[in-house]
Write a protein that binds this ligand. Structure first.
Ligand SMILES: Cc1cc2nc3c(=O)[nH]c(=O)nc-3n(C[C@H](O)[C@H](O)[C@H](O)COP(=O)(O)OP(=O)(O)OC[C@H]3O[C@@H](n4cnc5c(N)ncnc54)[C@H](O)[C@@H]3O)c2cc1C
Length: 538
């Protein structure tokens, strides 16, 4: 590897690339151990804006280049070549600074399945204590009361429509559960959120705030990692770009935490990936590792929207309501300013399934498609229910379009390639429509805005077509550098990169398959575990 002429060099014991959900957790464990220098490098800024702190402003973050990489997917051949936004958080906290804050650990069965796939040490009995140690939720009985880092809270003052929806779901056999994070998920409960007194708790707030002044720790923001430097089979650091200057960071150990899209991108830019494809782009192959970037998995999601005859969060800007909501936020950390997700549930598309295969989010807010097809806050009062498939079979991939690190990678979801995935979503919509037809929620609904037709009455072919044309990604991409023991595994179960020395990966890319739930909690847990393992070796 030839370094650019006159390139400045800095040294660190551990280099962590990406200060997102996982990267901040890795840093915290290593810095706490105290005997190694740790440098955390992040492409984005400090994310101190009020828009990051106040949950209601989250809608302004996605799509803003200050906070988001603003990627777009390629045309999806499984959905009539539809192109989607692929929001990815940028700046301290990464995607945990722009996400919806819904906190889900995943089902016990997800992690037991990982262990069965050869990822020893990742069964529920292994990861559940790690979650417990990370959390600080005084509301849920199974969690540590004094919690150390990631503050979570449960929605306490649910909106009238949220409570009515939960009652109607009960009538349809979907029971209310106190804590969907206890391992068994089936049922519906008030949402658990990564918040303290209604304010967002990103991974940088949770993990970095207490260590920001430690002598063995430095953070370099607005710093883009261009590529890894590989010498004689080991990663010896990375080339970074900061203030227009290229620098070489020389490290004993390097940890990639750039997320499911950027981690494979950085590897491929470094010549690590499918050698044939890299050569075609003019990148000199360093290691032929064809599985990097493959196995992109994502939760496909459909939305149902209803107009109500009672005020909802759509009315929050009316003068009297605004004062009430400000009071509710400041006094209780609740209400529309504290976010829109109020209930989360897990249910089965077919009763014979062993585990729920569908997840729902209930929002006392109607979002309707504008003329450009993008969902906007409706002027009418209403509610929305998002339904996503928990463990889809459709697989996509991330690859390079250009050897230029400033250019976006190519993201191909193939979100609904698998017919069974589509059928489960059709069934999910039918189940939600059946719940919405039950009292008491039916009494609060004026009419259905989206999809606006009886899915069951449509017939299977038309319902499948409708799901294919309306489904979208849930912003939970994973799996592009999957952990495992077989030939397709990119990292081993201790997250060490296979094929090069002194490189580890900890982020959403290492998940071998999708967990049943939103992916922030699992990324923090992954980062915490790698941080502990690396600290043990100090
Ligand atoms: C809009 C949105 C809503 C979501 N809602 C929820 C939710 O409600 N609940 C939930 O659990 N999950 C949610 N998620 C998903 C969840 O937030 C992510 O899965 C999780 O944060 C990913 O963590 P990560 O560590 O893999 O990557 P990230 O948190 O994305 O971190 C990667 C970091 O690496 C940095 N980086 C990338 N490339 C480079 C480079 N070349 N040089 C330097 N730095 C680089 C990035 O800027 C970023 O800070 C949501 C995601 C989005 C985008």
């Amino acid at each position: 590897m030839i370094l650019p002429m006159a390139c400045r060099t800095r040294q660190t014991d551990v280099l962590i690339i990406g200060a997102g959900s996982a990267g901040c957790a890795v840093a915290r464990r290593l810095v706490d151990k105290g005997d190694q220098s740790v440098l955390l490098v992040e492409a984005g800024g400090a994310n101190r804006s009020w828009k990051v702190q106040i949950p209601a402003a989250a809608v302004r973050l996605a799509g803003d280049p200050e906070f988001d990489w603003c990627y777009q997917t390629g045309p999806d051949r499984s959905r009539a070549n539809r192109v989607d936004q692929c929001y990815r958080g940028k700046g301290l906290g990464g995607s945990s600074s722009i996400n919806g804050m819904v906190y889900v650990r995943g089902a016990s069965g997800d992690f037991d399945r990982w262990a069965l796939r050869g990822c020893s040490g990742w069964a529920w009995r292994d990861v559940e204590p790690v979650y417990r140690e990370l959390e600080g939720n005084a509301d849920c009985s199974n969690k540590k009361k004094d919690g150390i880092r990631v503050a979570t809270r449960v929605v306490n003052r649910g909106h009238k429509t949220t409570k009515a929806f939960m009652e109607s779901a009960n009538v349809m056999g979907l029971a209310t559960i106190e804590d969907y994070n206890a391992g068994e998920q089936e049922g519906l409960g008030f949402a658990q959120l990564t918040q303290r007194r209604g304010f967002r708790v990103s991974s940088s707030k949770a993990f970095l705030s207490p260590i920001s002044r430690r002598r063995n720790f430095s953070i370099s923001i607005n710093t883009l990692v261009l590529k890894l430097v590989v010498v004689a089979g080991r990663v010896s650091g990375a080339l970074i770009l900061r203030d227009g200057e290229i620098e070489f960071i020389e490290s004993q150990r390097t940890v990639l935490c750039a997320g499911a899209i950027n981690t494979p991108q950085i590897l491929m830019l470094s010549g690590i990936g499918n050698a044939r494809e890299l050569s075609k782009l003019g990148i000199e192959p360093v290691l032929d590792s064809p599985h990097i970037g493959r196995n992109l998995l994502e939760h496909p999601l459909v939305k149902l929207v209803y107009e109500t005859n009672v005020e909802t969060f759509n009315d929050a800007k009316r003068p009297l309501a605004a004062v009430r909501h400000l009071f509710e936020f400041l006094c209780f950390g609740e209400g529309p300013l504290a976010g829109v997700f109020q209930a989360v549930g897990f249910f089965k598309s077919r009763s014979e399934l062993a585990l729920p295969d569908l997840q729902l989010h209930f929002l006392p807010l109607a979002l309707c498609p504008g003329n450009d097809g993008v969902l906007k806050i409706s002027r009418r009062s209403g509610v929305s229910i998002y339904v996503n498939l928990s463990r889809p079979q459709s697989v996509g991939g991330v690859s390079l379009e250009s050897p230029d690190p400033m250019k976006a990678p190519k993201i191909a979801y193939n979100l609904l390639e698998n017919d069974a995935d589509v059928e489960a979503l059709v069934r999910g919509m039918e189940i939600i429509q059946a719940i919405m037809a039950q009292q008491p929620i039916a009494g609060l609904v004026r009419n259905e805005l989206v999809p606006g037709c009886d899915v069951m009455a449509l017939g299977q072919a038309a319902a499948v077509e409708m799901v294919r044309s309306s489904a979208e990604p849930a912003y939970h991409p994973i799996g592009t550098c999957a952990m495992g023991i077989g030939p397709s595994a990119v990292v081993d179960p201790r997250l060490k990169f296979r094929g090069l020395e002194d490189l580890w990966i900890a982020d959403a890319s290492i998940m071998p398959d999708l967990i049943s739930g939103n992916t922030n909690a699992v990324c923090m847990m992954i980062g915490d575990r790698l941080g502990r393992w690396l600290a043990e070796r100090c």
